[in-house]
Design a protein around this ligand. Structure first.
Ligand code: AP5
Length: 208
């Protein structure tokens, strides 16, 4: 399985990726998780990325592309991967195509998890994320059901930043839907249903 997950912030990309990883053992490559780890570690990359993330803007391609290339080269990604949050604009999509071509890999699908903006705002406002393993759940779930870690609210899950992230998605990321439709690998799932119903359709669309 070599796929890209598309969808607005809070559409449920990470939630569906977690289920696919648990069932099929592929690598979950989330650029948001990689960037948050860099921020936590206070690396140079993390310090540079933080201001963009807090503003709901995309982190510059030069920083993100390097992270993704390094992650794709790791052993677990050779068994298959789910890219969650990358690509985020047309330039990143083209870089990914070139990188995968160099590795002799073809993307099997770009799966769009489609959810209306008003639902997204509610979901993100009540999301909680695990400090230790990045598991996501809703407010009230604590400790983390996967690893027992402490749950917290992400800095960018505050109302003013959510609005900016939705604008960034509409302006820069949404055009990827047509890009992948043009490549004939776009698949779409209605994400505005219970998690397990969405997941049943995801598996069916991916032929799993
Ligand atoms: P990132 O971490 O990628 O955030 P995002 O795309 O905004 O996605 P989210 O993680 O917010 O949402 P999700 O779709 O995974 O939803 P989830 O499953 O958690 O990026 C953060 C920032 O990093 C960006 O703003 C940017 O600055 C930077 N960045 C990242 N990648 C970049 C890139 N490639 N280039 C440049 N910059 C980059 O679900 C949300 C909530 O809803 C949860 O509480 C969940 O439990 C709940 N939920 C999920 N599904 C359902 C359902 N079906 N029904 C009810 N509730 C549900």
């Amino acid at each position: 399985m070599n796929i890209v997950l598309l969808g607005a912030p809070g559409a449920g990309k990470g939630t569906q990726a977690q289920k696919l990883v648990a069932d099929y053992g592929v690598a979950h490559i989330s650029t948001g998780d990689l960037l948050r780890a860099a921020v936590k570690a206070q690396s140079e990359l993390g310090k540079e990325a933080k201001s963009y993330m807090d503003a709901g803007q995309l982190v510059p391609d030069s920083l993100v592309v390097k992270l993704v290339k390094e992650r794709l080269a790791q052993d677990d990604a050779q068994r298959g991967f789910i890219l969650d949050g990358f690509p985020r604009n047309l330039q990143q999509a083209e870089v990914l195509d070139a990188e995968l071509a160099g590795m002799g890999i073809a993307l099997e699908a770009a799966l769009l998890v489609d959810v209306k903006p008003e639902i997204i705002i509610d979901r993100l406002s009540s999301r909680r994320t695990c400090h230790s393993c990045n598991y996501t759940a809703t407010a009230g779930v604590d400790p983390c059901p996967r690893c027992g870690g402490e749950m917290y609210q992400r800095d960018d899950d505050k109302p003013e930043t959510i609005a900016k992230r939705l604008d960034t998605y509409a302006n820069q990321t949404a055009p990827l839907v047509e890009y992948y439709r043009g490549h004939d690998i776009l698949k779409e799932v209605d994400g505005d249903r219970p998690v397990d119903d969405v997941y049943a359709d995801v598996r069916s669309l991916l032929g799993l």
